[in-house]
Design a protein around this ligand. Structure first.
Ligand SMILES: C[S@@+](CC[C@H](N)C(=O)[O-])C[C@H]1O[C@@H](n2cnc3c(N)ncnc32)[C@H](O)[C@@H]1O
Length: 699
């Protein structure tokens, strides 16, 4: 051993023994010490200064951040007494772990359990905390006395323990070795640290001594002092988990298999890193950045859905639900709370589990968006069979490209004129407007009340209802709509109405999410209901609250298809009445130049869509208008189509918009329905003629 190595070894030993005097176990010290050495570029003086103050601070801060992390999850806290009790009950004294993770019963002379944070027992010994609390300087803690008694007063969830691992003693993981030689541990890849903590519901994932796989793939464990059967279909056993999401009564966790934990190359990632990685994978595969996309939200929705489905009577569940939660398993576990339910997402290393945390909460069965929207969207209860139910599609809250659509969303495309990076807080407060208002002559289209300015709304309505010939654009070389019908000899372009755009602030802008120039991207905020119209129009959408003029209601969401894909889809579904009306995204083909096939896009909500697919047509004077909205990309061949009210709308009124159908165009690939909009301006002359002739006959 070189002199340098010898010296390093001695310094490590001194640091460990200094922390030991504070009652901090070496396995807690080692990873933090490694990190500090890395951060201080092996300058020991910084670590040794003031009797290892930096080291002790870092250890406590790491502990603090783990507790803070729990608070960030916004998980409703269980009463502390309950948590403490469960934890203590769950671990029989003869089965305590030796790695600092177990919940130990309070010593006789301690305060009652409910006043004693579990944190104290989990990771740092009572000695270290008492050293803080007692203000008695020791050679090694004197520098720490200036700190408050932070650890003693920290909140604790009771299910999170700060520790390196719950691995068994046979594990070889380099970060977990309790090797006598600290050098071995510290010199091993200083950059590759695992997280300090992971979630560890001790009652569920107690040591293997409490876990006895049986021949049925389940096992008997001591849970809160009682023996419970836990499903473990592959019989591999589990020994640690990582909480992904939680609601009041359900936890979603990864359960690591023993073999993974014993893999020396495996280091437990943080949940934040996992979420970020998954979000990036989604971004890569969908090629679209949804500003609201968050894996955390999805996982929490899963927890809610789990709880709700668990409360839904078996006969009311749809087939797909039963696929996700095998009925016998759900039944089995539902009867045995608290319980863990293996979820499909497992592989040979991980299993995902939904773990009930015992409490119950109100249910929201009445939401066709199944939690995808911030506001639940109810459906009017009608007598009849489930086949009549209008939910023969997959609800999505954001557009998703089907296959060939070209949508390029990247920050580099957004130049300085297309964002307001210098703004902050709320752009609407800026009397001079900002770059994002330049599309509308420097005036924001939204008022402080969050509705459309009357002038802008009026101009959009006039353009749609009484367009002038100059408002149309005619494709010069070839029109994508005509070319798809006849590639060899396309007909002349029939014209595209050039529309006014709303431009909202977005990711590259300096303002915050509450900025008044971000309305459509925040999603639905109105109380809407899908209902049976009873006017031979099928289902429709109505508002359950009064809506002011200019209010954003919802966006038309569907699959983003190329015009060719739509045409092919239409040909293959000929005669299939399920087809809804697609929306052509041709509002600014004039400035896009000659479009490639993959840039001539439309939205189809037939198979994937949102609540807008229920909005019926009304000729001319619908109470909604669709306006193009630019959010993520300045390329106007892709945009959002947002519906705003054209007038004040009363609660219970049906919401309608003008599909723009030419009822006289009998050549159109999609055959028009017989219009029953009831408007005095109805364009469906065939119906009018039929009705008139019927009246004449009757007379
Ligand atoms: C986008 S969907 C609207 C929701 C639809 N009513 C449903 O039950 O799912 C369009 C379809 O609704 C019907 N529809 C919409 N507006 C109509 C109207 N004014 N008169 C008759 N049928 C209408 C037509 O069948 C049309 O193909």
């Amino acid at each position: 051993m070189s002199q340098e190595q010898q010296e390093k070894k001695e310094r490590i030993s001194r640091a460990l023994s200094a922390m030991e005097q504070l009652g901090i176990k070496r396995k807690i010290v080692i990873p933090v010490l490694k990190r500090l050495l890395h951060e201080f570029e092996n300058q020991w003086e910084h670590i040794e200064a003031e009797s290892y103050r930096a080291l002790a601070d870092a250890i406590f801060e790491a502990q603090d951040s783990q507790v803070g992390c729990s608070a960030d999850n916004k998980r409703p806290a269980m009463p502390q007494e309950k948590r403490l009790k469960s934890c203590e009950d769950a671990v029989p004294s003869h089965n305590r772990r030796t790695d600092g993770l177990e919940c130990q019963p309070p010593p006789q002379n301690r305060a009652p359990a409910k006043k004693r944070p579990l944190f104290e027992q989990d990771a740092l010994s009572s000695k270290s905390r008492e050293a803080y609390a007692s203000n008695k300087p020791t050679p090694h803690n004197s520098a720490l006395m200036s700190r408050d008694n932070v650890a003693m007063t920290l909140p604790h969830t009771g299910e999170r323990s700060v520790a390196q691992s719950s691995r068994g003693t046979s594990c070889q993981n380099k970060n977990l070795l309790s090797s006598a030689d600290p050098m071995t541990e510290l010199e091993h890849d200083q950059a590759g640290f695992g997280p300090l903590a992971m979630v560890h519901p001790s009652y569920f994932l107690d040591s293997s001594a409490n876990f006895h796989p049986n021949s049925h793939g389940s096992s008997i464990r001591k849970v809160r002092g009682k023996e419970k059967e836990i499903i473990d279909p592959e019989g591999q056993g589990t020994s640690a988990n990582l909480e992904l999401a939680a609601t009041e009564d359900v936890n979603l966790s990864f359960i690591c298999r023993e073999k993974l934990l014993c893999d020396p190359n495996f280091q437990m990632p943080t949940i934040e890193a996992v979420c970020q990685d998954v979000e990036e994978r989604y971004l890569r595969s969908y090629k679209i950045l949804d500003p609201n996309f968050s894996l955390r939200n999805i996982l929490e929705t899963m927890c809610r859905s789990f709880s709700e489905l668990g409360h839904t009577p078996q006969e009311k569940r749809r087939n797909s639900d039963i696929n996700i939660i095998p009925a016998p398993v759900a039944q089995h576990l539902y009867e045995r709370l608290p319980a863990g339910l293996p979820f499909n997402g497992g592989n040979s290393m991980f299993n995902m589990a939904l773990v009930s945390t015992g409490a119950t909460r109100p249910l929201y069965h009445d939401d066709i968006s199944r939690g995808e929207e911030m506001m639940p969207i109810s459906i009017e209860r009608v007598a009849g069979s489930l086949e009549e139910h209008p939910l023969q599609f997959r609800y999505i809250a954001r557009n998703i490209p089907y296959q060939n659509a070209y949508i390029s969303i990247n920050l580099a495309r957004i130049d300085d004129e297309s964002c307001c990076s210098d703004c902050h807080d709320d752009c609407l407060q800026n009397p001079f407007g900002c770059a994002c208002a330049s599309e509308t002559a420097g005036v924001f289209v939204y008022t402080m009340d969050g509705v459309l300015r009357a002038e802008f709304l009026g101009a959009c309505m006039a353009l749609l209802r009484e367009p002038k010939s100059r408002d149309f654009f005619y494709c010069k070389e070839w029109c994508p709509l005509e070319r798809v019908k006849n590639e060899e000899q396309p007909e002349k372009c029939k014209g595209h109405l050039m529309r006014k755009f709303i431009k909202e602030c977005w990711a590259k802008c300096g303002c915050n999410r509450q900025c008044g120039n971000r309305v459509v991207q925040r999603g639905i905020t109105c109380n809407l209901q899908v209902f049976k119209t009873g006017e031979q129009k099928g289902w429709g959408l109505r508002t359950m609250e009064d809506l002011p003029k200019g209010k954003f209601v919802c966006e038309y969401v569907g699959e983003i298809l190329t015009n060719i894909e739509l045409y092919d889809r239409h040909l293959s579904s000929r005669g299939n009445k399920r087809h809804t009306y697609p929306v052509l995204l041709d509002a600014d083909w004039s400035t896009e130049g000659v479009l490639k096939d993959e840039e001539a896009l439309c939205l189809d909500a037939t198979y994937y869509g949102n609540v807008a697919r229920f909005i019926n047509h009304r000729c001319f004077d619908g109470n909604l208008i669709g306006i193009p909205v630019e959010i993520e990309t300045p390329d106007h061949h892709y945009y959002h189509l947002a519906f705003f009210t054209t007038r004040d709308v009363s609660a219970m009124e049906e919401l309608t918009w003008d599909y723009g159908i030419d009822f006289d165009d009998h050549e159109h690939p999609i055959k028009a329905f017989s219009c029953r909009c009831g408007s005095t301006f109805c364009r469906d002359k065939s119906r009018f003629t039929k009705a008139r002739s019927r009246k004449l006959v009757l007379r």
